[in-house]
Design a protein around this ligand. Structure first.
Ligand code: GRF
Length: 196
């Protein structure tokens, strides 16, 4: 299976996909970044075609030309258009660093998320992998896992704990997609462990 990954920054989620290509049984064919980011360097270090591109039409064209089966938004900070979503219907997934539907939507990205979580006094946070639909962070949820917030946690220590969860559940979610074990039923994603 052929994967296209969209990033905007450091690319640690991208790295976890690259490091697990055998386990996932898929290949990252192209990386596109909305910023001239370190994540592009990670791609080049693994001989993966890497583009710094902000024009959505060009991004869609690149993904089509690479014939990707799955688009992964991994720390990608641009909201994609309905046209983009329709171009890869039910084949775009996103990783978000909170337990959706909490602490998500417009303005909730990166450290902003963890600052809000700490300030809210909640005792657990975590990460979510979901299919992308027309709105920000609202598509059917594939997988979530949690982290506990300790007394001495701040947004930095929380972000590190959540990032470890992101790396793990993103790889597991992609593996389930590759194995055709995900079935979208309305807002829910049914995981058919037995299906191959
Ligand atoms: C992560 O918290 C991710 O969830 C958010 O951007 C942060 C950096 O991700 N969207 P990465 O290291 O660029 O993958």
């Amino acid at each position: 299976m052929r994967i296209g990954v969209l990033i905007s920054g450091n690319g640690s989620n991208l790295q976890s996909i690259i490091d697990n290509e055998k386990y996932i049984n898929a290949k990252v064919e192209v990386v596109i970044s909305s910023k001239d980011s370190y994540g592009l360097e990670r791609a080049r270090n693994h001989n993966i075609d890497a583009y710094y591109e902000t024009d959505e039409e060009k991004i869609i064209t690149i993904l089509k030309e690479k014939n990707v089966d799955l688009v992964v938004l991994a720390g990608y900070l641009t909201i994609i258009s309905p046209k983009f979503v329709d171009s890869f219907k039910d084949r775009i997934i996103n990783i978000h660093p909170s337990l959706i539907p909490s602490f998500c939507g417009k303005g909730y990205y990166g450290m902003n998320v963890h600052k809000s979580v700490i300030n809210s006094g909640v005792k657990v946070s975590g990460a979510t992998v979901h299919f992308v639909d027309y709105l920000a962070d609202t598509g059917p949820i594939i997988m979530q896992d949690i982290v506990y917030i300790e007394n001495n946690d701040d947004e930095i220590s929380l972000s590190k704990k959540v990032l470890e969860v992101e790396h793990r559940i993103l790889v597991e979610s992609i593996k389930l997609f590759v194995e055709n074990k995900l079935k979208i039923e309305g807002k829910r994603v049914i995981i058919n462990e037995g299906v191959n």
